[in-house]
Every structure is written in C-alpha cells, then in structure tokens.
Design a protein around this ligand. Structure first.
Ligand code: TYM
Length: 333
C-alpha cells in the first residue's frame, strides 16, 4: 500500500518562488511514489476579507498554476477545498476539542493578527484547526510543507491525541511533516530577514511563478544584498546573498558549496544576473503552460469536478467514522 500525502496552498495572491521551492517542487517529486492529494485552500483565504470576483478568478488561476507546475491530475487527486464540505464539518468537531491555549501559541496567528490589526477574526484564530481537518480527513501519512507550517502540523498531531483521549477511539492516522532540506524557508527579496510571502503588500519582495520575465529580472537584480563583497553562505551575517544562493541551489540542484566555489572573486551583480536567468528559464515553460490552461475554463471545471468527487469519496468515509464514534445519529435514507 502506498503512503498517503496531502498538502495545499491558501488562495491569496499568486504562487511564489517560495511556495514552489518550499512545497510544490516536493509535491511534484512525490507524485510518482505516493498516493497524493493536493488541494487549493480557498476557505483558508477567507480569514481576510476577499473581493468575490477576485477570489473566483484566483481559484481558477491557482488550479491552472498547480497544473502548470507539473502536478498531474491523473496521478494525483487535485481539488478545491470548498468543493468537499466534509472539511468544514470535521473542522467544527475538532474546534470543540482544541484548547484556546494551544491556538494562542501559534506564531502565525500572532504575526497575522499584528498585520491585520483591524480584522482579528475568530477564523484567523481557529485557522490551524481547519488545517488539521484537511489533513485528518484523508488519513495522510505525510504532509509536505515549508518550515512556516511546522507548528501547525504539530498542533494537528496534538489534536489527534485530544480526539483519542476524549472518545477512546483511534480513527485518525498520525501525520508527519515532510520538510525539504534546501529551500524550506525562502526569504523576501528586499527584506531577507522575513519570509517570502504571496500576500506581501510590497511586490518587490517576491517573484510569482507566472510573472513577466522582465519583472523577474528587475526584482532579482534589485534584491537586497549585504555589506562586504564575498559570495558566501552565511545566514546570520549575509542573509541577502544566502537567500540568493539558496534559490540558485534549489532551482539547479547545484550544492551551495559548489556555487560558492564557482563565484570566488566575482561580485554580487554576477550572481544576480545568473540567478535571474535561471529563474526566468525555469519559469518560462510554466508560464506558457499556464497561459494555455487559463483560457480553458471548461477544462478546469471538469478537472475540479472529478478531483472533488475522488476526494469526497474518501473524506466521507472518515467523517462517517467520526460521527459514529462521537455518538451522532446517522440520517436514515
Ligand atoms: P501557504 O499558501 O502559505 O503556502 C503553501 C506552501 O508553501 C510553503 N511556503 C514556503 N516555503 C518556503 N519558503 C517560503 N517563503 C514559503 N512560503 C510558503 C508553505 O510552507 C506551504 O507548504 N495553511 C497553509 C495551507 C494549508 C495546508 C493545509 C497545508 C491549508 N490546509 C493542510 C498543508 C496541509 C498555507 O497557508 O500555505
């Protein structure tokens, strides 16, 4: 039996190099050996108020971006979270088992609350519980994510324990985070002390995977570098250059020390010119594929439908077991 993998991305902005390198690149590599489910977390996007028409377009756009990045709808179950209502149903049950103290500790909640001071809603607070429902519904063994999601995965594991203790039933599989060795935390281009984020207000901080090559070149060339001139990996003293080296290494497979060797005696500018080319060449086929897919909404609708049907068949089974375990009466047909 193949192990089950599940992961997703919240539908805000466009996917960035951070999402690609930290997560989706790994998803792609896992699709041959595992039973994989990849979804678009559209409900998670609602913790900030969305413009409905923008959100709608973005859901199609994200679906096309997943496919353009190489996720194969035949090998994987690819679906939209809101198309499988079992996510929100399990979410409620798990919310009733999760102590507020555990949610209070979530660093992402603290960061997001600081950023959205005018809209610190309850959804922002309980967001990690919905994430746990996403994972546990499919009995996932492994969850490939970037470093920033590690704490949420740990909470998910705690929630499995809360359920077992409350109901003495061992229904959920204990999931594990799968975090890559290189690129698990790609940093912002202008401020390499913070994470690259697709919802960043300053678009110079990230490169989106469907960005225009000229813009990519400009953004990489104007990335913040550090004092000194040597091209060396040193996250503490040279966070800017280290981030560029990480990007380079993750996209080419060349090791950091190989790159350091290759750039001995060269300037930051050389590294940036070469990296811009690597990024542009990597993303060129992605963009071409995306441009084709996004024109064909009927095709995307069809794939969304079949993905949701396959996902729901599995989600229903888990939810039925949970309802039975906690004493809810099944509706008679
Ligand atoms: P999201 O949309 O913020 O990010 C999607 C994936 O990309 C990774 N990532 C990064 N990796 C490296 N460097 C970065 N700068 C960077 N930025 C993002 C994230 O770690 C993530 O793996 N809550 C999740 C979506 C979600 C989910 C789930 C994930 C909802 N339910 C269940 C796994 C399982 C999120 O907002 O990811």
């Amino acid at each position: 039996m193949k192990k089950t993998i599940l992961s997703g991305s919240t539908v805000t902005g466009d996917l960035t190099l951070g999402n690609y390198i930290g997560a989706i690149h790994n998803w792609k590599q896992l699709q041959d050996q595992y039973d994989c489910l990849y979804f678009l977390a559209d409900l998670h996007a609602l913790t900030t108020t969305q413009d409905p028409s923008v959100l709608k377009n973005r859901i199609y756009s994200f679906f096309a971006q997943y496919l353009a990045l190489g996720l194969d709808p035949k090998k994987n179950v690819i679906f939209v979270q809101s198309h499988v209502h079992e996510h929100t149903e399990l979410n409620w049950i798990l919310t009733c088992l999760t102590p507020m103290g555990y949610l209070n500790r979530m660093t992402q909640f603290k960061e997001k609350a600081e950023k959205n001071i005018k809209n610190i809603n309850a959804g922002l607070f309980t967001y990690p519980v919905l994430m746990a429902a996403d994972i546990l519904l499919y009995q996932a063994d492994l969850v490939p994510v970037g470093e920033d999601q590690r704490q949420h995965l740990e909470l998910c594991r705690d929630i499995v324990g809360f359920f077992e203790r409350a109901y003495q039933k061992d229904i959920f599989k204990m999931p594990e985070a799968h975090i890559g060795k290189v690129g698990a935390r790609i940093m912002s281009l202008q401020d390499p002390l913070k994470k690259m984020s697709k919802s960043d207000d300053n678009e110079k901080n990230f490169v989106s995977i469907i960005e225009d090559p000229k813009k990519i070149e400009k953004k990489i060339k104007s990335a913040a570098t550090d004092s000194g001139t040597e091209i060396q990996f040193d996250e503490e003293n040279k966070p800017g250059v280290s981030n560029l080296l990480t990007l380079y290494s993750a996209l080419t497979g060349r090791t950091i020390s190989e790159l350091e060797q290759a750039y001995v005696g060269k300037m930051y500018g050389h590294l940036k010119v070469d990296l811009a080319e690597v990024v542009i060449e990597t993303l060129k086929p992605v963009r071409a594929q995306y441009d084709d897919l996004i024109k064909n909404q009927d095709y995307l609708d069809e794939l969304m439908k079949s993905g949701a049907e396959r996902a729901q068949a599995r989600a229903q089974k888990t939810l039925a077991q949970v309802y039975q375990a906690i004493g809810l009466v099944a509706r008679k047909n």
